[in-house]
Design a protein around this ligand. Sequence first.
Ligand code: ATP
Ligand code: MG
Length: 560
Amino acid sequence: MASEINETETREKSLNFLEEIIEESIAKGEKRVQTRFPPEPNGYLHIGHAKSICINFGLAKKYGGRCNLRFDDTNPVKEDVEYVDSIKRDIQWLGFQWAEEHYASDYFDQLYEWALELIRKGLAYVDDQTQEQIRENRGTVSVPGTPSPWRDRSVEENLDLFVRMKNGEFPDGSKVLRAKIDMAHPNMLFRDPIMYRIIHAEHHRTGNKWCIYPMYDYAHGQSDSIERITHSICTLEFDVHRPLYDWFIQALGIYPSHQYEFARLNLTYTLMSKRRLLKLVQEGAVMGWDDPRMPTICALRRKGYTPASVRNFAEMVGVAKRDNVIDLGKLEYCVREDLNKVAERRMAVLNPLKVVITNYPEGRTELFTAINNPEDEAAGTRQVPFSRELYIERDDFMENPPKKFFRLQPGGEVRLRYAYLIKCEEVVKDAEGNITELRCTYDPMSGNGSSSDGRRVKGVIHWVSAQDAVEAEIRLFNPLFTKENPDDVEEGQTWEDNLNPESMVKITGYLEPSLRETPVGQAVQFERVGYFCPDTDSTPEHLVFNRTVTLKDSWAKINK
Ligand code: ATP
Ligand code: MG
């Protein structure tokens, strides 16, 4: 863990490669830093997007610039306002605010005008080939493509056909508009890339105004240019698109935005593809996009993650130029670090063993003062009820313990956190020999950390008063996949065969009564157990708590 902290510190001293690029451009006289985050509203954002958000908004902030939010809504079939709304909520939850909100669809008129201009310049043509023919005639890396029989249509004919495409005269798939570049180009994307296709579908913003929709390569760079984006930052798989990005901008002679690529975030035991996450949602493999096992931002929020923990994670993994896979444990480390500072402490018993204090008066209840957060004095204190019958964790008692076991054992003494010293006098068992109850005595002089004769005991355990405890459903989460790389499959299997059947385990826990008041989504530490927060399914009649993260990195060790 210490090495991770050092890595972060070192990185803060030196610039990452994107910061170097920006500082160079500023040194060359660039006055503005304008970035953008360009999600396609076809799913919920995941932790990979969070990294991109932190980079784009973070760079703008660091250099006194601006970052726009632009929805890349060029495919009406897959997109929806539900996604638009969730994306905005997630960005704001992460702590960022966009300078301007834009939609690629707002630029459809301008893009159309520019397409006409390219036709007039002889740089675009309408092709009647089918998708399949276009694919076949594109050639391979070693074999040049075959020009379309429609490649040399006159400007007039192209203008006429393109306008009629726009007017809805042709069915889906019957024609496309292509840039006329070079069918033998070594970069396959330059072999007359498709600019527009016909899709007769209602768009969530433009309705039925359009039945032709621009392709990514034709829309993205031009949208950047319209917004005068100085640094268009995207993930590595787009590096082969960069020359085409530049080509369109040059051919149109418009504001020269530039594209820079960084390595996308990959996490062990996790998938980052919206398409596959959607499949899990649609097939009911998870409870929804915000199922706490999902890698989405809304799932992390529901699970009890704080915005700071996600931002710190993005900072810790840094900006790389080459693809890599980050250990899921790092994300958990970040949330643990942050929650240790901000989460209030509570007592809860997840695997109960009943303790009866035989010399404690029946019917009596006392309140003990408990500290809410030892890391934050301002968090104050609360009262915890104590009575004759308690629950402790089963693991905190051993009948035949090894030498260094400092918790409860027959004839041994232990401190109940914030309350008394108790001594185990008798172990009660059922017919099968299972321990059902411990009968203990307490030292009445031992409240508040003292004892009747100044003796000290080594073990301190947590507890709840049986009559006051609140029952709650506790959801324990484990990684969604059993394999570090979910795509690591046997023959005939798919990534879905690697779903972890134990990714969610439900148990019943017994909580101190103050936990009734904890707001949904706010993580607290169950002392000695882990961090938990009330789930969105929680009601006053049926409390539900999610395990945000364990106290220690336990599963990583077990799984390796
Ligand atoms: P997915 O493959 O999950 O569907 P996407 O790339 O299609 O993601 P977009 O909505 O196009 O999703 O992404 C918006 C921005 O987020 C893009 O700039 C993209 O490069 C970036 N991004 C997407 N996935 C990651 C990731 N895993 N790590 C970092 N950035 C990412
Ligand atoms: Mg994309």
